[in-house]
Design a protein around this ligand. Structure first.
Ligand code: TYD
Ligand code: MG
Length: 461
């Protein structure tokens, strides 16, 4: 067998050297060199070989022939939604997420769905028995699902060629290794080589390949950024391990938009699609509670209503405690400063705890108004009026700015039977008036207290 030629390439700037270096002489980065195969024996698929042999010719954009993109129905409504209506044959989809979040469960579920497709589930992490046990929990609906426990890339590729499945799952890319490289599985060069080879097979055979990728402590997909560049679609599975809800988010999609999210509930029998997130994120209490407010949010294009809970209590120590779950703590501090200055509440003496329902992480600034309403309600220990919800962003001067897609938020609130929604006075007038909901427009946080309580509030000290 011909000798494989290797070299070391800087991950930061691409500088190459014949031996490993601690510091890159070109860009000065430390510990950035990774082993790469540069010349592979001809029998072995190399990146270059994936290029079409026939040279391409330039053509006018209107003359390019394109058939309608056919999409395969994955049999899972939320996955279809995030992918933009189904998976495109020949695409390489990277599914990232923290350990234990449900990546293996979701992908095995896709492989086991009964939609008339041949699927291959390759696992380098679990034994065939473990997968069978999991499959029994989920339910084996597809008689054409093959399980293959292997970590050697060449064997996996050979099986893909032999079985010709429609969908392949690789669990996970960090456990796969090519025999061409000496480096251990999970190293930069192995990940890169495996992904490039799989891409070649996906494109040449029209197989849709889902590759699972681990996530590092910093929250990025382990391995080089180059992995995200190679694949067509990057999906991220998020959620709180202690909670049952999970969100599937599109980060990159060469075949569609990335603003859709998929919501799932982890049950004893796998992940269940949640068609209507608002219903799980709202609790119907026997009697009204103080410190609870409902925010009308939009994630991507999907509107949902979510409950915010705040607890404002007398600080026991000099420096008050500020604690948030699911919300940016710096943003909460900013909002509390605005409340202090513009509403006149003595927040500097108070501990504040903030919590979002369902363990959801929210980054929507349109929820600012709901956060402030919950804080004010807890401060006065007085529940808000019945059937009220909020959608507005707060500026540093205490002004209420329009939340993006306010109209959609109002419509979702009306659909769920809310009687009042407080929005920004600066929001554009809706083209269509939503029936059945009173829209209260306010321009500053100072006006908020006037609209949210039924009774006169008294300061609690
Ligand atoms: P898993 O898919 O193994 O996570 P990942 O591959 O992302 O590391 O999911 C693990 C968790 O899901 C595990 O803690 C058990 C839970 N689970 C259920 O609650 N119900 C189920 O039906 C299955 C299969 C798993
Ligand atoms: Mg797993």
């Amino acid at each position: 067998m011909a000798k494989v030629k290797k070299m070391y390439v800087c991950r930061e700037c691409g500088y190459d050297a014949s031996k490993w270096l601690g510091k890159c002489p070109s860009c000065g980065a430390w510990n950035s060199f990774a082993e790469e195969v540069v010349a592979a024996p001809s029998s072995v698929p190399a990146l270059v070989a994936s290029r079409a042999i026939e040279p391409a010719r330039p053509q006018k954009v209107q003359d390019i022939e394109c058939g309608k993109t056919v999409r395969l129905d994955t049999g899972n409504s939320e996955v279809n939604r995030v992918l933009g209506g189904g998976v495109v044959p020949g695409s390489l989809v990277l599914l990232g997420g923290e350990p234990g979040i449900g990546k293996s469960t979701l992908s095995l579920q896709l492989a086991l769905t009964d939609n008339g497709m041949k699927t291959l589930y390759v696992s380098g992490e679990e034994s065939a028995e473990q997968i069978r046990l999991r499959a029994d929990r989920i339910g084996i609906h597809n008689q054409n699902c093959t399980v293959y426990t292997e970590t050697l890339l060449e064997n996996v590729v050979a099986q893909i060629e032999e079985l010709k499945p429609h969908i392949v799952v690789i669990d996970s890319i960090q456990t796969m290794a090519s025999s061409l490289l000496d480096s251990s599985p999970g190293s930069v060069s192995q990940i890169r080589e495996c992904a490039a080879t799989l891409l070649k097979y996906a494109k040449s055979t029209g197989t849709a390949i889902f590759i699972i990728g681990h996530i590092t402590k910093e929250g990025t997909i382990a391995g080089p950024k180059v992995l995200e560049h190679i694949v067509d679609v990057v999906l991220q599975f998020e959620g709180d391990n202690n909670n049952i809800y999970r969100i599937l988010r599109g980060i990159k999609n060469r075949f569609g938009a990335t603003f859709e999210i998929g919501v799932f509930e982890m049950t004893g029998t796998g992940l269940k699609c949640v068609d209507n997130p608002s219903e799980i994120l709202l609790t119907h209490y026997a009697e009204p509670l103080s410190g609870v407010a409902v925010g009308a949010s939009v994630d991507g294009v999907r509107p949902y209503l979510i409950e915010v809970q705040a607890l404002v209590s007398q600080a026991a120590y000099g420096t008050p405690q500020r604690n948030t779950t699911g919300f940016d703590s710096r943003r909460m501090n900013m909002l509390l400063a605005v409340v202090e200055k513009k509403v006149g509440l003595k927040m500097f003496q108070k501990d504040v705890f903030l919590n979002f329902a369902g363990g959801f992480k929210v980054a929507d600034t349109g929820l600012d108004l709901a956060v402030i309403a919950a804080v004010v309600s807890s401060y006065y220990d007085t529940p808000l009026c019945d059937g009220i919800c909020f959608a507005g962003e707060i500026g540093l001067s205490g002004e209420v700015r329009p939340a993006p897609r306010t109209e959609q938020r109002v419509a979702e609130a009306a659909r769920l039977g809310f009687s009042t929604i407080v929005i920004s006075g600066y929001a554009p007038k809706p083209q269509k008036v939503v029936e059945g909901i009173e829209v209260v427009r306010i321009n500053s946080v100072g006006e908020l207290a006037r609209h949210i309580f039924n009774t006169q509030v008294e300061e609690q000290d």
